[in-house]
Every structure is written in C-alpha cells, then in structure tokens.
Design a protein around this ligand. Structure first.
Ligand code: PMP
Length: 393
C-alpha cells in the first residue's frame, strides 16, 4: 500500500494545481464548526435561498415520466432550443454542460494547444487560470486594480495580445469584484479586438441576473464579434441551483461541435433530470429573481456600509454578483500581516470568521466577502471583523 502511494506521480499538466483556496477555507471553517467552534463563513458563492419549488416539481415530474437516461451529448433539444431562443441563436450554437465550469473547461480543452495564451483580467474567479493550465495553455493575467474599477482597459488589452493569444476571458458581472462592463467599455474592447481577428472572447455572464447596475451582454454590445464570441451562463446563481450542475455555452457552431466532442468523452452530457429542471427555471415566472435581487441589494448595502465604517478597510460598492472585494492593506499594515492570506487566516483563527484572501483571485491586498448569506450572519460576521480590527490598535 505504502509503495503504491510513494509511486504516485502527478501529470506535469496538473503541477501547481491544488484544491481551490475557496474550497479549502470553507472546509477549514466546516471542520472548526464540527469541533464545536462557532465559525461564520462568508466564503462561498452559493445563494442561501432554496431552489424554487416549481423547478423541483419539474425535476420530480421529469424523473417520474422516465426522463432518466442519457440525453444527447450537447443537451436535450427542448433545453437547447429555449436557450437558443433567449440568445437569438440556433440549436447548433448551444451546448449544455455540467455547470458553467464545465463549459469553460470544454472550451479551453477544445481550443488550446500547448503554450497558447488566454488573457485573464485580474482579479479573476480562481478556476480560470487553473482550467487554462490544465488544458495546456498559459494564463496571461492582466492586473486591473481597484482604481480602475477592477476592469481591463483597451490599452492593457492591446498590450497583452500576442500571436499566441486565443482567448480574452471576460467576466461581467465579475466574481470577485462585482464589476460590470458598460456598453461603452465593451465597445472599446471590441474595437481593439477588431484588429486581432485570431482572438476569441469568452464572456462569462453567470451573474447576469444579479446586477444592481445596468447589465449588457457582450453579444448584444459587440455583435460584430459574434463569429468569435462564446457566451457562458447557467442557472446556478440566479435560480439558486448550484447543486443541479447546469450551465451552457452559446457560440459559433464549429466551436460548439468541438466542445461537444470533448464533453462526450468526459461526462456524456449533463444530468437529464437537471436539464428538465433548468428548462422549467428558464421558462418559469421571473418575479422570484426580482424579489431575490432586492434582497441581495439590501445585503450588499449593509456589507459595504459596515465595512467602510471600519478603519483599515476600503470597500467599493460592487455593481453585480454577491461579493464585495475590499482593500485591506491598511489593516494588514496595522496588524503586521505579510500577506492578505495571513490576515484572513488570523481572522479565521482569532475572530472565527472565514473570508477569502484576494491572492486567491490574483490580486493581493484584498479579501473577498460573499454576501450570499442571511442578514443575521452578515451582521454577526461584520461585528466580528470590527471587534478583531479594534484589537490591532
Ligand atoms: N463562472 C463564475 C464567474 C463563477 O463564479 C462560477 C461559480 N462560482 C462559475 C462560473 C461556475 O458556475 P457553475 O456552478 O454553473 O459551474
């Protein structure tokens, strides 16, 4: 047994790839809780609402009606057609996958050759760089500091493009910063891309329905790039369906075909029952989304105000998603913390509050706090941070 363990060797392709820091922190918090410590975790990006009843009912009906076998690899016709209809596309331009995450993985595996580059505006959702690396590509992270609204500028995009660039991975609204690209900003980026026809755009719009400022889809703002744009979306966040694992990609048919070939060898396709549930979500009443958005907006204001009232923390108001991404450098200096990771570990150990260091998203000096939690958890979490900060003086 020991021999077989010591003989284990990782593939070079996954060297440096570890279990996501977000998962690690959440697991540590869960472990502390099971040991009897009262930990508040504001670390994960899953809504605390339940999946809507009508969606669960649709899944139940589908299962009882026998929709329990493999579906077509790219998804059921019914779901693909509905997604196509809502995106002014045709069925062959749509793939349904096991979460938006698998859409990203399919896209990278289907397009990247060794050393090909993907431009990733930074801060970025932790998985982007690892998915690119696993597919043999090279993540080109472009710093987008707070003073820039955490968004990539046309000039820095231009500078990052090389002959090896395959993708610009744009996430709006963004995890972790909440930044939303305006139509004008998208058009300015599109103008740069017009001069580089070999660069494709992956627009991850999974937080579309969690926008507190006007949201514009990359596809709508830059239709001239439709023949090299992949829109990524899904039901996980807006419909509180993270566990159902349904996401989709809408893009040019040859890309979708290549992604379908990859998916066919990895999962055969998404869960049949979840696909029926996602169809119900997409075609169902959206009042619930509006109500929940209002709820999230209340929490957003509560967290931003609470954090800005503390010395050592500067928190810009996010335009979308359910995270704030404050700057904590002053707090770090005050506490003598060498890294934001040290500061977050200290908060977990001393104040029993779990938040994720900015370095996990490629931008040190920050932390990500999820407000997809109850107001009472948020209030308790904020007072724990405030009390901990007082001890630093
Ligand atoms: N993109 C972004 C920006 C995300 O934050 C997430 C989830 N954390 C995903 C994609 C993946 O979503 P899914 O659960 O549908 O795989």
């Amino acid at each position: 047994m020991l021999d077989s363990v010591s003989a284990f060797q990782r593939a070079k392709r996954i060297n440096g790839i570890e279990i996501s820091q977000i998962v690690q922190i959440s697991e540590t918090a869960a472990q502390m809780r099971s040991n009897g410590t009262d930990v508040i975790a504001l670390s994960t990006g899953a809504p605390d609402f339940p999946t809507p009843d009508f969606v669960i009912q649709a899944a139940h009906n589908a299962a009882l009606a026998g929709q329990t076998g493999y579906t077509a690899t790219a998804g059921t016709n019914e779901l693909r057609d509905e997604i196509a209809r809502q995106n002014n596309a045709s069925r062959d331009q749509v793939i349904v996958s096991t979460g938006a995450k698998q859409v990203l993985a399919n896209a990278m595996l289907a397009t990247l050759d060794e050393g090909d580059e993907a431009i990733i505006p930074t801060p970025y959702w932790t998985s982007y760089s690892d998915i690119v690396a696993m597919a043999g590509g090279k993540a080109i992270t472009v710093p987008c500091p707070m003073a820039q609204g955490f968004k990539i500028t046309p000039a820095s995009l231009e500078e990052a493009i090389t002959h090896k660039t395959r993708w610009l991975m744009l996430n709006s609204p963004s995890n972790p910063s909440g930044a939303i690209y305006t139509k004008t900003e998208i058009r300015a980026l599109a103008a740069v891309l017009q001069n580089h026809p070999h660069v494709w755009v992956l627009a991850d719009e999974i937080y579309e329905h969690l926008s507190y400022a006007p949201f514009v889809s990359f596809a709508a703002a830059a239709p001239e790039l439709a023949n090299r744009t992949l829109i990524v979306n899904g039901v996980s966040k807006a419909w509180a369906m993270t566990g159902w694992r349904i996401g989709w990609g809408v893009g040019p048919a040859p890309l979708i075909r290549a992604m379908t070939a990859v998916q066919g060898q990895v999962t055969s396709g998404a869960c049949s029952i979840s696909q029926a549930a996602a169809l119900a979500a997409l075609t169902g009443d959206r009042q619930l989304l509006t109500d929940r958005l209002q709820d999230f907006d209340t929490r957003r204001k509560l967290v931003v105000a609470g954090l800005n009232a503390m010395t050592g923390i500067t928190c810009p108001e996010p335009d979308g998603a359910f995270y704030v991404f404050p700057n904590i450098e002053e707090m770090m200096a005050k506490g003598g913390f060498k890294s934001c990771s040290d500061a977050c570990n200290w908060l977990l150990e001393k104040a029993h509050i779990a938040i994720v260091p900015g370095s996990a998203f490629g931008l040190a000096g920050h932390a990500r706090i999820s407000f997809a939690y109850s107001q009472s958890d948020l209030n308790n979490g904020l007072s724990r941070i405030a009390d901990a900060l007082k001890k630093l003086r």
